[in-house]
Design a protein around this ligand. Structure first.
Ligand code: TXA
Ligand code: MG
Length: 313
């Protein structure tokens, strides 16, 4: 079955109808492809968890196209709106206190009293949300704990006919998921490193933000599970001299079978990361992959985070 649809206005309308009728649509964002459903339709939201084989204690991100949506559902303040104004649309997700009593979104929030929300910077995603007329909840469109999808074909490979429609928007530009910050307290806590660099946030805010390592046995952000984003093969990280039988992914001057970015550009490396992990998975001769060291600044924090979890045994 081929459920990949090319990007045109008709197909976006069709996809919006699927969302309204309680179906699942995979769509491109600037970070990774999302598996989307109508936030208000508990059946549809439940089918996301089923398709991904994801546990229900793992809350979903609501994707919105208008900032005004926040006022109805979440405790907002100047800090929230200032961050939204500067970083949205873009790869930054807020965890906010819920103020609504609307039980239909309980499942999307996994019963927590927080709402997790972002405005994606991708014209197809924004148009789909507008045409659907509702916020779209969407985790990454892959099986639980496996490598996130950055092309429509990756989605089809992983989820097949569990999704009604896959909108094709080409390869995702950012390539790693959004940065998640918890704005429910006085100090801002980063729950997941991602496509918005920590330094950029700190420069804007004029203060340091805390990094949460999370509690891996009781995840508040299961992106913080020790094993996540995982290839099938064994993965070693921070490798400068690979073993002969390892499929080697290089970076910068350290070259390998593949190189995340020969010129040492972290944005380029983030964009290639998940696709190269998939490629390595299919090519590694003895089931062994090794990856060169990646610097920790800028998007490097997110890349190292994904690699650490992918390498966890
Ligand atoms: O870039 C992205 O964020 C992509 C695209 C599709 O938007 N989405 C994405 O969703 O990565 P997902 O579900 O794969 O990862 C969301 C993470 C999960 O680890 C989840 O546990 C965490 O966000 N999360 C969601 N709501 C939360 C909350 N209220 N408190 C703490 N963590 C939360
Ligand atoms: Mg995910």
């Amino acid at each position: 079955m081929n459920n990949i649809f090319e990007n045109n206005p008709d197909n976006i309308l069709k996809a919006a109808a699927v969302i309204k009728n309680g179906g699942l649509v995979a769509f491109p964002t600037e970070t990774v492809y999302g598996l989307g459903a109508n936030v208000y339709n508990a059946q549809a939201v439940a089918s996301i968890f089923a398709a991904k084989q994801r546990p229900h204690f793992d809350p979903l991100i609501s994707h919105i196209a208008e900032v005004d949506f926040l006022k109805e559902y979440a405790a907002t303040d100047e800090r929230v709106f200032a961050l939204a104004k500067r970083f949205w649309p873009g790869p930054l997700t807020f965890v906010l206190k819920r103020i609504d009593e609307n039980p239909s979104i309980d499942l999307a929030c996994s019963g927590l009293r927080t709402l997790t929300v972002r405005m994606p910077r991708h014209p197809i995603a924004l148009e789909l949300i507008r045409q659907s007329g509702v916020p779209i909840v969407a985790p990454s469109a892959n099986k639980y704990q496996s490598i996130s999808p950055t092309t429509a074909q990756h989605v089809a490979d992983g989820l097949g006919d569990k999704v009604d429609m896959i909108l094709d928007g080409g390869a995702c530009k950012v390539g790693v998921e959004s940065t998640i910050i918890d704005l429910t307290g006085k100090r801002i806590v980063m729950l997941r490193a991602g496509g918005t660099a920590k330094e950029e946030l700190e420069d804007f805010l004029g203060e340091k933000i805390l990094l949460s390592e999370g509690n891996p046995t009781l995840p508040t952000a299961p992106g913080q599970l020790l094993r996540h984003y995982a290839p099938r093969n064994v993965l070693r990280i921070n490798v400068t001299a690979p073993e002969k039988d390892e499929y080697f992914i290089g970076f910068g001057k350290i070259d390998g079978h593949l190189n995340l970015s020969p010129r040492g550009d972290l944005q380029e490396a983030a964009g290639n990361l998940f696709a190269y992990l998939r490629l390595a998975d299919s090519k590694a001769p003895r089931g062994k992959i090794a990856v060169a060291p990646i610097p920790l600044d800028g998007l490097g924090l997110a890349i190292n985070d994904r690699l650490k979890r992918a390498s966890y045994k």
